[in-house]
Design a protein around this ligand. Structure first.
Ligand code: PLP
Length: 263
């Protein structure tokens, strides 16, 4: 039977609906893929920031994986907010156990509003347990600097960091350059598993409505991979998708409003 494509997001819930698990599910749905989910943590959050956060018990994380495994045919997955070292390790253990297709690893650390979504002492566990499982590792600049213990200013720095991340075990790397806000172009650097590389360059859009952009980009990529879209095409589709979403903001909330998923 040719089943409808199914994807999995393993992430934290955002009560404000603009980032995290909710951005993932909305995006995956918009790409015509069925979204399953493992909730790792719950945040009380809105467009102004994260007011509270609580990781769920590890037994419940394991149980969510087990429930999905007995019923769904998951073709691609992604990780988002993973909270702390023991949750990272538990997620990695489950991903090693189940064969659920390409993994897009978004190493979520700190929200744009400043809230810490991954404990400092979880970085090593993320590097050693989860990075080697990643088909695509998609960090932003601050996350890249933490993972590689380097400073990134030049295009040569992007390339060196991407190679370093590949040496840690991630197959394909997308370093999102959006945080270099003094440039007129927003450029992401892609290093493929076979050593080919490319820059994804788009005009910078001056907006504060960027809440959830990272999640939306990686969720779109996950959905495309679940459909069987080849990686390079999936990356290009996702870049165009997030660019269109940033270019067509909606107004909800009083803070850094969410990306428009209906662009
Ligand atoms: N909240 C959760 C649960 C997230 O997973 C993320 C990012 O992955 C964010 C908030 C951060 O959103 P942003 O930095 O885009 O505002």
């Amino acid at each position: 039977m040719n089943e409808f494509p199914q994807a999995l997001t393993i992430a934290g819930s955002d009560s404000g609906g603009g980032a995290g698990m909710q951005a993932d599910i909305k995006t995956i749905q918009e790409r015509h893929v069925f979204a399953t989910n493992v909730v790792v943590a719950i945040t009380a959050q809105n467009t102004l920031g994260v007011q509270a956060s609580l990781p769920l018990p590890l037994s419940l994380i394991n149980q969510q994986f087990a429930s999905l495994a007995t019923d769904f045919k998951i073709r691609a997955c992604k990780t988002g907010m993973l909270a702390d070292a023991e949750h990272v390790a538990t997620v990695a253990e489950n991903l090693r156990h189940y064969d659920w297709g390409p993994l897009t690893l978004d190493p979520v650390m700190i929200a744009k509003g400043g809230a810490q979504l991954l404990a400092d002492d979880a970085i090593d566990t993320l590097r050693t347990e989860l990075l080697p499982l990643a088909t695509v590792l998609i960090p932003n600049l601050p996350e890249t600097e933490v993972l590689t213990s380097s400073r990134i200013k030049t295009t040569a720095d992007f390339k060196q960091a991407a190679h370093q991340l590949q040496q840690m075990g991630a197959k394909n790397i997308i370093i999102k350059g959006g945080h270099l806000d003094y440039q007129s172009q927003a450029a992401d650097y892609v290093l493929y598993a076979d050593g080919q590389d490319e820059w994804l360059t788009t005009p910078r859009i001056a907006t504060k409505r960027t809440h959830g952009t990272g999640d939306t980009f990686s969720a779109c990529l996950t959905a495309e991979l679940a459909k069987g879209t080849p990686l390079k095409a999936a990356i290009h589709i996702s870049k165009a998708f997030i660019q269109a979403a940033i270019a067509n903001p909606i107004t909800v909330g009083h803070g850094h409003g969410p990306t428009n998923h209906w662009a």
